[in-house]
Design a protein around this ligand. Structure first.
Ligand code: 6GU
Length: 497
């Protein structure tokens, strides 16, 4: 590949003689030429800049000087052989030998030529761009200084057939010129060229690579340094476990440092273990809305509901409650239950009365996807309202987890578990007239094994049964309970049943 850098500070690019890039040049894998822009200036002072039209601070680089320089380097000059590339000022380090004028190579029609203009107002330079550039035949980097290059230069070459123009930025900060960006681009592109890196395997797993994750942390000898040990798994010799550990680390790092990268992951490339790591960091992959349209991982946050949520809460309750009802229940009964317990008016009352109710919501991309409703006793000794439950749940004060629902798209993703744990965590901080809450109980339909399994995983155990009426149907519920302040969740039944 051929790479040309045009700059008023050719010496800045001397570093490209070193290391891998220097070796690639010496090995003929990379034809890198650095040119002094002043070689194309025509006045006695070799001027390349002038004052800005419209006024303002600083100087702007002249389009006419850049135009002849870039025409030469890109091989667009009428008479390429006459290009004044050679007359660099004595002492400029443009002594690359191979610095012939930019005559177009034979077969130029098939050539992909790219003009890069580094500028803080460009598109962010990425690994994907580096990979794209590595496939080009010629990349020319036009390094501006001062306030930049006259805007007509990029415009002019954009209109030139066969030339791609990209204005690129390294990041959100301002440098004095494009030379550092040229170093960055050359290094990022050169290492992707065939033969430049001895072991191409090492390109596979790196940060910003195909996996779309940051790289896992790496370690070498000594095994203990400064009191810090290398993680045991890496010395286990167990390739499968090492690979899993590295992937877990990559996922966790990316979740913590670059959530924007997680949102761009292909959910099809995530296995169950991946989903667990992501869930632990608050990221979930909802089911597709339509088959074959996978949804990207989504950040889900759990928080207390506010008055602003009541309309969305009522809509969520109306969407989720019927799905949890057994199939034989009359739709009219289900609707009547919603109207008398889960309307907007009811949620407004729940949210407003935080001595009596705790409402948490799970929010994803501004949408409510789940909620819990915990009902607190009015006084510490108040038993659960139904005698069968009062007997089964012995400890006081006892709060009822009345609702714990998530949208179908988030069922099985772990969101319900996060919502439930957050509810228990908040419940642990609550008291009823000075006595801290001791137990949370709930009734769940006997047929709903999925819910029961989920509550069991979160420390609930079955303590009894109750009857639960929805309209005409009298349902048999399991009563499950969980102590809030003991390590052993089975210890809660002393005095119960
Ligand atoms: Cl490419 N150029 C300049 N001058 N400043 C920058 C930049 C480029 N990228 C970030 N800051």
């Amino acid at each position: 590949m051929r790479l040309d850098v045009v700059t008023i500070f050719p010496g800045y690019l001397d570093a490209l003689d070193l290391s891998l890039v220097g070796k690639a040049r010496r090995d003929g894998l990379l034809d890198l030429r650095v040119h002094d822009l002043r070689g194309w200036a025509t006045d006695r002072h070799r001027t390349v800049d002038d004052t800005p039209f419209g006024g303002g601070a600083g100087m702007v680089m002249r389009p006419d000087v850049w135009g002849v320089a870039l025409d030469d380097v890109l091989g667009l000059s009428a008479d390429p052989s006459g290009a004044p590339d050679a007359p660099d000022a004595p002492g400029t380090p443009d002594a690359r030998g191979a610095d012939a004028p930019g005559a177009p190579d034979a077969g130029a029609a098939a050539h992909r030529r790219v003009l890069l203009v580094p500028t803080p107002s460009g598109d962010r330079f990425t690994q994907a761009m580096a990979e794209d550039l590595a496939a080009a035949d010629q990349v020319v980097i036009a390094c501006g200084r001062y306030e930049g290059i006259d805007a007509r230069v990029a415009e002019h070459y954009r209109a030139e057939p066969g030339i791609e123009v990209h204005e690129i930025s390294l990041g959100d900060y301002v440098l004095n010129g494009g030379e550092v960006a040229a170093l960055v681009v050359v290094e990022a592109v050169a290492r992707l060229l065939p033969g430049v890196i001895g072991n191409p395997e090492s390109l596979v797993e790196e940060s910003h690579g195909a996996a779309g994750l940051l790289e896992y942390p790496v370690y070498t000898k000594p095994p203990v340094w400064s009191g810090l040990e290398v993680p045991d798994v890496l010395a286990s010799g167990h390739h499968g476990r090492v690979a899993r550990w590295r992937r877990d680390q990559a996922l966790a790092r990316t979740a913590e440092r670059r959530p924007d990268m997680l949102a761009a992951l292909d959910p099809g490339a995530l296995d169950r273990a991946d989903l667990k790591v992501l869930a632990a960091h608050g990221w979930f992959v909802p089911a597709p809305r339509a088959p074959g349209t996978p949804v990207a991982p989504t950040r889900v946050r759990v928080r207390r509901a506010t008055g602003a949520d009541v309309a969305a809460l009522a809509a969520l309750a109306a969407a989720t409650f019927p799905l949890a009802c057994p199939p034989h229940m009359a739709p009219a009964d289900v609707q009547a239950f919603i109207d008398t317990r889960l309307s907007e008016r009811h949620f407004a009352a729940y949210v407003a009365d935080d001595a009596r109710y705790l409402v948490l919501v799970a929010e994803a991309a501004g949408e409510l996807v789940g909620y819990t409703l915990l009902v607190l006793p009015r006084e510490p000794g108040e038993p659960p309202y139904a005698p069968d439950v009062a007997d089964a749940v012995g400890a006081r004060p006892a709060a009822e987890l009345s609702k714990c629902y998530v949208l179908p798209a988030y069922q099985g993703t772990g969101v319900a578990g996060v919502l439930l744990e957050a509810t228990l965590d908040t419940a642990r901080t609550l008291d009823v007239a000075g006595e801290r809450l001791a137990v949370v109980w709930l009734g769940t339909n006997q047929g709903n094994r999925r819910a029961q399994r989920s509550y069991s995983r979160h420390g609930f155990t079955v303590v009894g049964t109750r009857r639960f009426r929805v309209g005409d149907s009298l349902e048999q519920d399991l009563v499950m309970a969980r102590a809030l302040h003991v390590a052993d969740p089975t210890a809660q039944h002393d005095g119960g049943r």
